[in-house]
Write a protein that binds this ligand. Structure first.
Ligand SMILES: Nc1ncnc2c1ncn2[C@@H]1O[C@H](COP(=O)(O)OP(=O)(O)OP(=O)(O)O)[C@@H](O)[C@H]1O
Length: 735
């Protein structure tokens, strides 16, 4: 939606024409908010009566829309306070425009193009008291031309208008004239185009939604049907994250039953990132999405530490799954090496070999250790009974069942089982790797000697209370390998149960409300998501793909990433693991414009990655800052960093990021004052982030950190919208 063609008569900023247009739009926006207020009141009343949201799906589309409005009305204050306007777009359609699938979309106002119609586009759909469409939801088919129309294919749009508001106040409009031939001569055309206006604004702590300025190539990916896996690729700043989040909202709108009941999971690289994007979905009217960092996918664990690169590579490789499979079948470290019991005056014994054979028998064919405890006890009892043959005279030898029961009740048998076949937690088994001999035994033939050394050194200090992000996937793998002890299924709570002795559902509304509650109250370890979005997918390790895959066996997928930014060295291994998780039915989309970086800044990042990967296709940065990046060469990085931070904080209104190597991140953080607009992150934590100003400390050290250091430096250099300064010993990192 870059301005298409030259408009015949653009009204100047501050002109009377502009003022008149703004006040006309203000009148319309006022009307929308009045309607929202009225709906909020009726919604509150109907909820009291026990209906409310439960009407969804009952009385057809109009009622459904009202139900959604009810939710939106409740969020209205939040919307006003935190997000840009509820109504953000207007389409002036020509006389040829036809109502789209969803029915009439024409707003109840005088058309600006004779014989045509006006459609207002917003964060949610809203009708007036006569069911005329006041606002069309951005995800509805009637809104598609707002994003897809171009001068070459205007889709009956004559003028596309982006309306910018602060709270309820309209503060600007930006027009694109798409079909000048169909425009009446006096049709006002205002502003320079919405996209560039939006890109110029300061970056806040949270990511903004881009709902008002989604571009066609992005819209293609957002509205692609959910089947198999939708892959979105593109360089830094091309809007991959924005697309992923808007797509989640789109899918929920388009097939709410499927995606809300099954659930949508969005997986991001880090907690910093999750905080950064957390507000986008609520701003689009969606709260039913689960957003998780990779270090938080397993309930009860919250990891945000990264391992050094060589260790991360060893832990993330699919080889680890084989190592852990060996561990999961091995003897527990303090398992007894024999079992002796006197039965009917005879000594029955199982020695080390007999016990090991039993363990192998029980665990064959992929049995999960914790799930087969009863079976293991049965095999032990069986072996003991067999020994009674020959020891106890036939005439008085009890049958198997009796012997088994007698022994099973004996405290010494119970004590033995508790030690020989304990219920194991995944972290217990990970802890076994502290023992170098064990670790070597499991790793032999799977890992190289070098890698075994790296793992040995690291696991010696293994602390189950202080896991790294990579450990979380190992815990999940072990959870899968070990299984869970069988427990009697708790009786399912009946959602329609009113009170003891009374089992009655009075209305369809109650039934629907109850059913929705059941659908949305998911267990912490929920694993049947209907759709999973994976952001920064280039960094997902094979072990992490296995972990994510377990949560979406029947899901459709959206996978977004940029191979050039990959921290994971073995692309082929990761691709195999990804395919195993998401399947092979895929559709691919490529994004080609970098909306984040000023062109001068992206030039530096591009030079760095091009030296490493000469043939690489890079996006085009659309905006000039008019200021070149600064490269400070110094022997005193501390002073230079402090100075650069001060200077950039003064130059930009928004956030400033200081990016250092993983090894020095904490040290660098110690150099700087606590300041709200300032964030210090490592290169890995900088993934997916955006700041108005960025200071990269010791770029050379970032590039030297691990096999993928150059890719991490590329990430660091492509985070800034307006100002970039590097501070380092020399410029050898800069081509
Ligand atoms: N159509 C658009 N209109 C306005 N801003 C946009 C648009 N598309 C992207 N942006 C902005 O560009 C910036 C980069 O977007 P985003 O973070 O989604 O890119 P990305 O491809 O995920 O980047 P990276 O791979 O570098 O992390 C964000 O500030 C986003 O709001």
């Amino acid at each position: 939606m870059l301005s298409e063609g030259a408009a015949p008569a653009r009204a100047a900023a501050g002109s009377e024409v502009e003022a008149a247009e703004l006040s006309a739009e203000q009148r319309y926006v006022d009307r929308v908010y009045r309607r929202l207020d009225a709906l909020r009141l009726t919604a509150a009343e109907s909820e009291k009566a026990g209906y409310g949201i439960a009407k969804v799906g009952n009385h057809g589309a109009y009622v459904e829309r009202d139900a959604m409005v009810y939710h939106a009305a409740r969020r209205r204050l939040a919307l006003d306070a935190e997000y840009e306007g509820l109504v953000f777009g207007r389409l002036d359609m020509g006389p040829g425009a036809r109502p789209p699938d969803g029915g009439p979309a024409s707003a109840p106002v005088e058309p600006a193009v004779p014989g045509g119609e006006v459609r207002y586009i917003g964060r949610l759909g809203l009708r007036d008291e006569r069911y005329e469409p006041l606002v069309v939801d951005w995800r509805a088919p009637a809104a598609a031309p707002f994003y897809r129309a171009t001068a070459a294919d205007a889709m009956d749009v004559v003028r596309r208008r982006t309306i910018r508001s602060q709270g309820e106040r309209v503060v600007g409009v930006e027009d694109d004239l798409l079909d000048p031939d169909a425009a009446p001569e006096d049709l006002p055309v205002i502003g320079e185009g919405a996209l560039l206006a939006s890109l110029g604004r300061a970056t806040g702590h949270g990511m903004r939604d881009i709902v008002a300025t989604i571009q066609k190539e992005q819209d293609d990916a957002i509205r692609s049907p959910a089947a198999g896996v939708t892959i979105v690729r593109g360089g830094p700043g091309t809007g991959k994250t924005a697309v992923a989040l808007h797509r989640a909202a789109y899918l929920l709108y388009n097939d709410r039953n499927r995606f809300e009941s099954g659930g949508v999971l969005v997986v991001g690289p880090s907690e910093v990132f999750v905080d950064y994007v957390a507000r986008v979905l609520p701003s689009l009217g969606e709260e039913a999405v689960t957003l998780r960092a990779l270090g938080k996918l397993v309930p009860g664990i919250s990891a945000d530490r990264y391992d050094p690169p060589a260790l991360a590579a060893a832990k993330g490789s699919v080889r680890m799954a084989r190592l852990l499979a060996r561990a999961a079948r091995d003897e527990a470290p303090d398992a007894p090496d024999r079992f002796r019991i006197i039965y009917k005056g005879e000594l029955l014994t199982l020695d080390r070999k007999a016990l090991a054979d039993l363990r192998r028998t029980v665990l064959q064919n992929g049995a999960r250790r914790n799930a087969v405890r009863a079976k293991a006890a049965g095999w032990v009892l069986d072996a003991l009974w067999k020994q009674t043959d020959g020891l106890i005279p036939k005439a008085i030898r009890p049958p198997r069942e009796e012997t088994a029961q007698d022994i099973a009740e004996r405290p010494e048998f119970r004590a033995f089982m508790a030690k020989w076949w304990p219920v194991l937690r995944p972290v217990d088994v990970l802890g076994w790797l502290r023992d170098p001999q064990r670790l070597r035994r499991y790793a032999e033939g799977i890992y190289s000697n070098n890698q075994i050394d790296v793992l040995t050194k690291a696991f010696r200090r293994f602390d189950p209370e202080n896991l790294t992000v990579a450990d979380v996937a190992l815990v999940d793998e072990l959870d899968e390998l070990l299984g869970r002890p069988k427990v009697k299924a708790a009786p399912r709570k009946d959602p329609f149960h009113v009170m003891d002795g009374v089992h009655e559902v009075s209305t369809h509304a109650d039934r629907m409300a109850a059913a929705r509650r059941v659908a949305t109250e998911r267990p912490a370890d929920y694993r049947e998501y209907a759709h999973i979005v994976v952001d920064e997918s280039q960094d997902v390790t094979p072990m992490q793909w296995r972990m994510i895959g377990r949560r979406g066996e029947f899901a459709s997928w959206t996978v977004v990433g940029d191979p050039a930014q990959a921290a994971w060295g073995d692309a082929a291994e990761a691709t195999r693991a990804m395919t195993e998780a998401v399947g092979t039915r895929r559709k691919e989309f490529a994004l080609t414009t970098n909306y984040r970086n000023a062109a001068e800044i992206f030039e530096v990042a591009a030079a760095v990655i091009r030296r490493a990967e000469p043939g690489i296709a890079l996006p085009r940065a659309v905006r000039k800052a008019g200021v070149d990046p600064r490269h400070v060469v110094t022997a005193d990085p501390r002073t230079a960093t402090v100075e650069a931070v001060e200077r950039i904080l003064g130059e930009v209104d928004g956030t400033v990021g200081v990016i250092a190597s993983t090894a020095r991140r904490d040290e660098v953080a110690g150099w700087l004052p606590a300041e709200e607009r300032l964030q210090v992150v490592s290169g890995l934590e900088a993934k997916g982030m955006e700041y108005d100003g960025v200071i990269v400390v010791e770029p050379g050290a970032i590039a030297a950190e691990g096999r993928s250091g150059v890719a991490t430096l590329y990430v660091a250099l492509s985070r800034a919208t307006q100002r970039l300064t590097t501070v380092g010993k020399d410029l050898s990192w800069l081509p």
